[in-house]
Design a protein around this ligand. Sequence first.
Ligand code: FAD
Ligand code: UDP
Length: 382
Amino acid sequence: MSFDVIIVGSGFSGATIAERCASSGKRVLVLEKRSHIGGNSYDYRDERGFLVHKYGPHIFHTSNREVWNYLSRFTRWREYHHRVMVYIDGKKVPLPFNLNSLKSLFPPSRATLLERKLIKNFGYGSQVSVLELKNSSDEDLRSLGDFIYRKIYLNYTIKQWGRKPEEISPQVLARVPVSISNQDEYFEDEFQGIPEEGYTAIFKKMLSHPNIKLLLNTDAKKLLTLNFKTGKIIFQGKEFNGPVVYTGPIDELFDYKHGELPYRTLRFQWEYHPVEKFQEVAVVNYPNDYPFTRITEYKHLTGETRPDTVIAKEFPVPYQKGKDIPYYPVLYQDSLERLKMYKRELRQFSNLFTLGRLGEFIYLNMDEAVERALMLFSKKLK
Ligand code: FAD
Ligand code: UDP
């Protein structure tokens, strides 16, 4: 059988492109090196029957109506508003750090003073980065910024990235701002939810189109070769002139010719507890007291009701090429310089596109991965 498009990877980036191309009449080949579809958003039932996310907690949230409507063709949503707590000095308080967190941690008179100054300086309802607060001209706000930085961001970031907050891209910390409000939700997006039957069910539907052929356990690097002299892509010994969309790591695609891009990987310690609830909310972060960064209790996400529970402790660790999953691209200046060199290589191949968290080496949420895939489809592949 011949194909019009080859897609490498079946996470949200690859699955969206595959579904769109197949629905527009193209014959699509999807190559996936894992034994399952869904990339890092994959979920499954564990040996006790709990629905869990194999690669860490995934909460869907977006302000993009087009993305929400698109995915809603493949799933109904369980209404869920994500709440996170952070463990500081023996207390669990809401994260993002907000006015409620302030009141839990400071004596009433100090909390009132700080609240008044936060609202006066930034306005009720606004969000401010911890680094901005730390550099505030007001001494009380500066010392609050220092406190939040030390207790919440410093050690968590060192564990997560192996670097201090100042050494990674500010966009990473900006994901979790300080919130000048009494609102305890983690995300502000208009659309939020967990797929009613889980994420893998979405991928099954997206990839079930008769025009799509899916090969699992198939490493595309073994089937595709790039000819740098001719700018042609060779697939199984023959020139392939249709579009190839690659959602694996861009440095691997080019055989690391400009060196490795940095990633962080994760290890999960799964624990079963014969209690109805282990913790108050789905995710509790532990910046300071333990080697793990956070604990996820899956029941909160899935809404499952039963007398026992399962949790996962998350340990970030250095990434080893060829052995580990590249969970997170590490965004700092030298890695971005190296990325530019790989992007230049890409220009030599008119029918090769990289996409997604690894293909573009950007810190993408699921909705952003879908948004970028829809955009690539409508601009270049329609
Ligand atoms: P991936 O899901 O990584 O898919 C890439 C696929 O390509 C993989 O299946 C891989 O096996 C395959 N592949 C790679 N190389 C090859 C090859 N050579 N041959 C064949 N196949 C190959 N986003 C949210 O919106 N909300 C969250 O709560 C959230 N939580 C997260 C928690 C963690 C711990 C992590 C790591 C990410 C989280 N994300 C979350 C982000 C989300 O996982 C990504 O946005 C999404 O997975 C990106 O999809 P993708 O298709 O670009 O990449
Ligand atoms: N962060 C932190 N302390 C926290 C939560 C987040 O220092 O309690 C920082 C840390 O650098 C982290 C980043 O903010 O990597 C982004 O956090 P987010 O919760 O968005 O991470 P993700 O869910 O993508 O792992």
